[in-house]
Design a protein around this ligand. Structure first.
Ligand code: ZN
Length: 340
């Protein structure tokens, strides 16, 4: 079977690997149909010196497919069912797992596609408990964006930032996969959305998604524009993932008691913050990583009700690297999906 294997930093090859055996007890076998790209793929592809990773590793951190076979113990899924997979190898038994806080598992054995073999292969066996059925009406290309692209945003905005209808939210990088999802999810509950983009071509696209105000951060200082737009009050929530370049500006955009939720630092991992400002303004800064299986179900339900991901491009499996290059170039608007 085909598998896309990372053998070293920036070295990807399409390999021919043996197909997996019949699924073991409590496992299912999935035929992968679509893999969606994430910044995590890019971190993995470039290489991260400090990360403990197996090499070579099959890439692909989020995907959708169809059940190819099930072990006799599995009754909830049947061959032909459309599914997505939870890519964190959680233990399923620790306190966090038992409480459904899967991304806080105390014994996680790695993230598939990053630490251990991922989804960019024709077939794989998975524990059935990590496989989630895709509801009717959601195609597999869109579903492939649920486990990370959508679920991360769901977790950030609703579990962590507790975004409420009527609030104002600043979404950074509205053209990114998660930024575009955040705009749509916040608008869907009746929030006012301010977003930033890096070029004029993306301004209209972000407006078309429903953003109320779009700031080209290369032309205007976004923190100044946000203060003007909110009559110096600031926003209730900032959706951060840009990091060093924007973090302090983002704090300046918050109203007193506002919440900043972050899941990334694409522009750099370190910054300094003013602690006086932090406590006097009673900010809440919340780190967010990944999502729970419940968040994936919630994401799929949103897709089924018409809140679909923005797809930038679809590329075939052997063009995976072209997809990564597009992601790295920041030309992208929405998600890049690799089809099988
Ligand atoms: Zn656990």
């Amino acid at each position: 079977m085909r598998a896309l294997v990372l053998t070293g930093d920036r070295k990807l090859e399409l390999a021919d690997l043996p197909a997996p055996p019949a699924p073991a007890a409590s496992e299912v076998q999935v035929r992968v149909k679509a893999v969606a790209l994430n910044y995590l793929d890019l971190w993995g592809y470039r290489g991260m010196a400090f990360a403990k990773r197996k090499m070579p590793v099959v890439v692909g951190v989020e995907a959708a497919g169809e059940i190819a076979a099930v072990s006799p113990e599995v009754s909830a899924l049947a061959p032909g069912d459309p599914v997505v997979m939870y890519g964190g190898l959680t233990c399923g038994t620790c306190k966090a797992c038992r409480e459904g806080r899967d991304n806080l598992c105390e014994n996680v054995a790695g993230i598939m596609g990053f630490h251990v073999d991922g989804f960019a292969r024709d077939l794989l066996n998975m524990p059935a408990r990590l496989v989630i059925q895709v509801p009717q009406g959601v195609n597999l290309r869109d579903a492939a964006c649920a486990p990370i692209g959508f679920a991360t945003v769901q977790h950030m905005l609703f579990d962590n930032a507790r975004l409420e209808p009527g609030e104002t939210v600043l979404v950074h990088a509205g053209g990114s996969g998660i930024g575009s999802a955040a705009i749509k999810m916040a608008k869907a509950i009746g929030c006012t959305v301010i977003t930033t983009v890096g070029d004029d071509a993306k301004v209209e696209k972000a407006k078309a998604l429903g953003a109320d105000h779009v700031i080209n951060y290369r032309i205007d200082r976004f923190e100044g524009v946000v203060r003007k737009l909110t009559a110096k009050k600031g926003v209730d929530v900032v959706f951060e993932h840009v990091g060093a370049e924007t973090f302090n500006g983002s704090l300046l955009c918050l109203k007193r008691g506002g919440r900043l939720v972050t899941c990334g630092s694409t522009s750099g991992p370190s910054t300094t913050i003013n602690l006086m400002q932090l406590f006097q303004q009673q900010y809440r800064i919340i780190g967010s990583f990944g999502a729970s299986i419940r968040n994936i179900r919630e994401s799929l339900a949103k897709m089924a009700s018409g809140l679909t991901p923005v797809i930038d491009t679809e590329v075939p499996l052997d063009d995976f690297e072209r997809g990564l290059a597009r992601l790295e170039s920041r030309q992208v608007f929405g998600k890049i999906v690799v089809s099988f």
